[in-house]
Design a protein around this ligand. Structure first.
Ligand SMILES: O=P(O)(O)OC[C@H]1O[C@H](OP(=O)(O)OP(=O)(O)O)[C@H](O)[C@@H]1O
Ligand SMILES: O=c1[nH]c(=O)c2nc[nH]c2[nH]1
Length: 193
């Protein structure tokens, strides 16, 4: 997605600890024209798989996920990181590591909105180590739903998440690919794959 690649070139910053800051377009501020195009691109890519639900994780996955769900005309379900009292027991749960806040986080998906018979595409903002997507895939499997594919806005190729998720045997589509980055040399970004 060329507009996203251009925006990362203009706004992206490399922070200590191998974190790419794209707060002005993905994490803290959203640019509607970019978010809408993300949804259109993901929807066009995954429509042939005939998904019936989009699944994501709060908080930064929600925007590209709902943009995709709106184009496909299907519900969007998101994993929460704190279990609200309204969530019916038993919920599907897993743990992942928050890359931007540090520490292990618990994830909860309501069993009211995911289960056997659901055909699911997962959309998230970052594919880095793949740990978060692994946790989501586990919850989807336990629910009895079928995982059809994974879409992420930004892939950090050098963290190898794509290879680590190969055993899931589903297509992974990303919109921008960070080939390498460092505080000294900046960001090498290309179109996703
Ligand atoms: O492939 P991984 O190494 O698991 O990294 C990717 C995850 O890390 C971020 O979550 P984080 O909790 O940092 O951020 P958020 O609250 O902004 O969604 C991002 O939103 C992905 O879900
Ligand atoms: O804002 C972010 N920047 C990153 O580099 C990253 N990696 C995983 N999750 C991330 N979120």
């Amino acid at each position: 997605m060329q507009a996203l690649v251009d925006a990362i070139r203009q706004q992206g910053e490399v922070l200590p600890g191998g974190i790419l800051k794209v707060d002005g377009l993905v994490n803290h501020q959203l640019l509607p024209h970019l978010t809408r195009e993300m949804g259109e691109v993901f929807a066009a890519h995954f429509a042939p798989l005939n998904p019936g639900k989009i699944v994501t994780i709060e908080v930064s996955g929600i925007a590209p996920a709902i943009a995709t769900a709106m184009v496909l005309g299907v519900p969007m379900v998101y994993a929460r990181k704190k279990k609200p009292v309204t969530m019916k027991e038993p919920a599907f749960t897993a743990q992942s590591v928050s890359r931007t806040k540090g520490g292990v986080v618990d994830l909860f998906i309501s069993s009211e909105f995911l289960g056997a018979g659901d055909r699911v595409v997962v959309i998230d903002d970052f594919l880095a180590s793949g740990g978060t997507l692994r946790a989501l895939a586990g919850m989807i499997e336990v629910s009895g739903a079928e995982l059809l594919g994974i879409g992420c806005v930004v892939e950090k190729q050098f963290e190898d998440g794509r290879a680590k998720l190969a055993d899931l045997n589903v297509p992974i589509h990303t919109l921008a690919n960070i080939v390498r980055m460092s505080e000294a040399d900046g960001i090498e970004v290309e179109a996703g794959r």
